[in-house]
Design a protein around this ligand. Sequence first.
Ligand SMILES: NC(=O)c1ccc[n+]([C@@H]2O[C@H](COP(=O)([O-])OP(=O)(O)OC[C@H]3O[C@@H](n4cnc5c(N)ncnc54)[C@H](O)[C@@H]3O)[C@@H](O)[C@H]2O)c1
Length: 271
Amino acid sequence: MSNQLLKGKKGIIFGALNDQSIAWKVAERAHEEGAEFVLTNAPIAMRMGEINGLAEKTGSQIIPADATNTEDLENLVTQSMEILGGKIDFVLHSIGMSPNVRKGKHYTENNYQYYQQTMDVSAMSLHKTLATLYKHDAMNEWGSVVALTYIAAQRIFPDYNDMADAKSLLESIARSFGYHYGIAKKVRVNTISQSPTVTTAGQGIKGFNEFINFSEQMSPLGNAPAIACADYCVSMFSDLTRYVTMQNLFHDGGFSNTGVTQQVIERFGNI
Ligand SMILES: NC(=O)c1ccc[n+]([C@@H]2O[C@H](COP(=O)([O-])OP(=O)(O)OC[C@H]3O[C@@H](n4cnc5c(N)ncnc54)[C@H](O)[C@@H]3O)[C@@H](O)[C@H]2O)c1
């Protein structure tokens, strides 16, 4: 379904690793809606090569950038404006990685070097991206930056580990930068808090399968799939949401406002 909601808009999409990635679906939907964009990911992720297929399909160029490296980001922003022939209208930050999660460290025994990496990759990279866009005056007025987050920023989900702390910081950066960017250039910055979704990053979390089932039963509408998240991102990049900024927007089938469901209660009947 295409309504050409993003016709004439130019963007940068971070984080499409494979066809399960939320960013992948956003790229496909943004293309359908008439946007032009540059795809980017960490140089190491490029080696898998899958992103080339997406670039071909969406007529996009790829610029590798480690989102923790400000030189890479400078290059990405200046080159994107050259390729797209003007300023940027939308940016998707769809990046997350925790070495503590990957190496199975318990939260109470986290390695602090890893912890810093988690913060740098999963949260500070948003600040660095926004600061680079700001410095180069690279965004058009009413432009929209969206970063993906998870409800572990507000509530405890034990196996989410230091990613929970990173998501809290990410959401705070969206609010703080959203204030400054809004006043200076009328640029919007929001986070979308997505349901658990089967992707490479998602599956790295211990007990993910059990958790996704629990979440499904705790959400009146069920877990929101990646493609629906892509639709929401498209609407946030469009002109239909111009006055939405500095928000953390739950896209979770109602999970965040549900205390318990009848389905879950019934499971505890015989204990
Ligand atoms: N999958 C879920 O359950 C879920 C739920 C809520 C939010 N999210 C968030 O959605 C976003 C996308 O994750 P996904 O689930 O699509 O998984 P994914 O593994 O497909 O995407 C994560 C991406 O981060 C990229 N990345 C890692 N380090 C990087 C770096 N230094 N520089 C640039 N890119 C880097 C990876 O290459 C990958 O493309 C993440 O922020 C994640 O936390 C995911």
